[in-house]
Ligand binder design. Structure first.
Ligand code: ADP
Length: 538
């Protein structure tokens, strides 16, 4: 088969050939200016087919090689022409292996005849891949480029081909856990950040980095990961694992040093032998994360305010709880003094009374500690907590209110306490609110067989932790069900109506659910379910 072959006029390059700089190798600028000085005089049918579809065959002759020859092998072509120009005598041949997006194993052969200094010829060997032409590739690339430049988020086009030989070497060496490998060879992360290069950036990328010009972005990807080396490791791992894409939220530094939170999405090339293009998109989520943090803060402040409000409602109960040990201390101290006043004090009696004083003082201290815990303003935290203990602790605040209303409290706590990952104080707050609601519901009306509150804890078969609180009060009027969890909905005189809405937001922050229903035999039933923690550490 005929090889694509070109006849090129290089007369315009004569001054360049005579200049000294051609003695050295030519750089990228040299390539472009050298090829711009060439003119295609003639080309055969195969050469036409390589460059454009048959229908568009006109127009190649007369153009420079900078315009018609594909960029990925322009440096080799320019280098071969320059080498030929340096030859003395002038006749000879230069052969170069090149990279090509449409040819398999291509090589360029450039030659010149003795007689004519102003003309060179070159031919290209190699099999056309899938019968594509450069023209088709260019037009689709141009379309693609227009598209990415106008997309409404930051896009970087990245050449990660430098990593391929490394990945195949690691695979040959049997590396499967890249993270472990990177722990042992941290220099590989630095190497990849240096070797992988950004080759194009769209308008949004420039504005994300606070630039008017894409040039500072067209360099190694180091600047992308300067704030988050761990992100670089995870991006590398996804590439190594052959994933199609990888996304996470990370942080970047703009060129003026300002930090931005971004969602980075990396799309790896699907057919690396055809298009060595990795795309990285960056979405600025700084404002969104800030709003979310502010919202969490407002929620926490509100939850705290509601706790203080509830504590206010419970002052009688709380005072009673603290008074009990204090009264015991006074009684024991009085008794102890009486014993001491006797002629021959019974030391063992006094020792017994003193230890009771100490125990009650400790109990009062514990109670105050818990109340301070409820009143303190603090960030919610997640620890593994026992639900049974939370129920007991919540009772500290409401027991007196319950007893005062002559309510019988019965508890059926799971033998092995359900455990959940949660904020102890917030969960106590939920139970205090629910118990208080139950007690308040029992305030009015006749209660045949007495007033009851029943508390049950259990672990469901699927592992979820459950607390149920039932009362035999009036239950909830059907028309109120829809609004019961709304903020500031209350049917009580002077009720704030924030208890249940706070309970709901706390429980949903714990990935749980809270449901209220009426019991068949009267009264309300509140059921709280939270994902359980199965494994006991240690
Ligand atoms: P508040 O207690 O200040 O009214 P909540 O948000 O805790 O605010 O409760 C909202 C409303 O839900 C109450 O006013 C009451 O009508 C109803 N409710 C809550 N718990 C019960 C219950 N155990 N029995 C009957 N009604 C209840």
């Amino acid at each position: 088969m005929e090889l694509p072959c070109f006849r090129i006029d290089i007369s315009a390059l004569r001054p360049l050939f005579e200049a000294a700089q051609l003695e050295q190798s030519i750089g990228l600028d040299g390539t472009v200016s050298l090829l711009s000085g060439t003119r295609v005089v003639d080309l055969n049918e195969a050469a036409v087919h390589l460059i454009v579809p048959y229908s568009a065959r006109g127009g190649i002759a007369g153009q420079s090689l900078a315009e018609v020859w594909p960029p990925e092998s322009q440096p080799e072509l320019a280098d071969a022409i320059a080498a030929l120009a340096r030859r003395k005598p002038a006749a000879g041949r230069e052969v170069r292996e090149v990279r090509s997006l449409v040819l398999d194993r291509p090589s360029l052969s450039v030659w010149r005849d003795e007689g004519d200094r102003d003309e060179v010829f070159f031919s290209v060997s190699g099999q056309l891949k899938q019968n594509r032409t450069y023209y088709q590739l260019w037009t689709s690339e141009a379309r693609f480029r227009r598209l990415i430049h106008h997309l409404p988020f930051a896009l970087l086009q990245v050449d990660a081909t430098a990593m391929e030989p490394i990945w195949s070497r690691l695979r040959t060496e049997g590396v499967t856990d890249l993270f472990a490998y990177l722990d042992a060879h941290p220099e590989l992360v630095a190497f990849s950040c240096e070797a992988v290069r950004v080759t194009d950036a769209n308008h949004y990328a420039m504005s994300l980095f606070g630039l008017d010009d894409p040039a500072p972005l067209l360099t190694s990807v180091e600047y992308l990961f300067s704030q988050a080396q761990d992100t670089a490791r995870r991006v590398m791992n996804a590439h190594f694992k052959g994933k199609r894409s990888y996304t996470e939220i990370t942080r970047i530094a703009r060129h003026d040093g300002e930090l931005r939170d971004v969602r980075i999405s990396v799309t790896y090339p699907t057919a690396p032998e055809l298009l060595d293009i990795t795309m990285i998109s960056l979405e600025d989520v700084t404002a969104r994360l800030q709003t979310e943090a502010q919202l969490r803060q407002i929620q926490a402040d509100f939850t705290h305010a509601a706790r203080i409000y509830t504590l206010g409602e419970l002052t009688t109960s709380i005072a009673h709880e603290v008074n009990q040990p204090l009264a015991a201390i006074v009684t024991n101290a009085d008794a102890s003094l009486r014993w001491l006043g006797r002629g021959a004090p019974d030391l063992s009696k006094i020792q017994h009374l003193t230890s009771r004083i100490a125990a009650n003082a400790r109990r009062a201290g514990d109670i105050i500690q818990r109340i301070r815990g409820m009143a303190a303003k603090r960030r919610p935290e997640r620890t593994v907590v026992d639900l049974n203990a939370i129920v007991e602790e919540a009772l500290l605040f409401v027991r007196h209110d319950i007893e005062n209303r002559s309510i019988a409290l019965s508890m059926t706590l799971a033998k092995v306490s359900p455990r959940v990952l949660g904020d102890r104080v917030e969960l106590q707050q939920v139970l205090v609110n629910l118990l208080l609601n139950a007690a308040q519901a029992l305030e009015t009306g006749e209660h045949l067989g007495g007033r009851h509150i029943i508390v049950v804890t259990r672990t469901n078969q699927d592992g979820t932790a459950v607390v149920v609180i039932c009362d035999n009060g009036p239950g909830i009027a059907p028309e109120h069900f829809e609004r019961i969890f709304d903020g500031f909905f209350s049917t009580k005189d002077g009720g704030m109506g924030i208890g249940l809405s706070i309970c709901e937001s706390i429980i949903s922050a714990h990935q749980g659910r809270i449901e209220i229903s009426n019991r068949a035999d009267g009264g309300a039933k509140v059921e709280v379910t939270i994902p359980g923690v199965q494994d006991r550490p240690g």
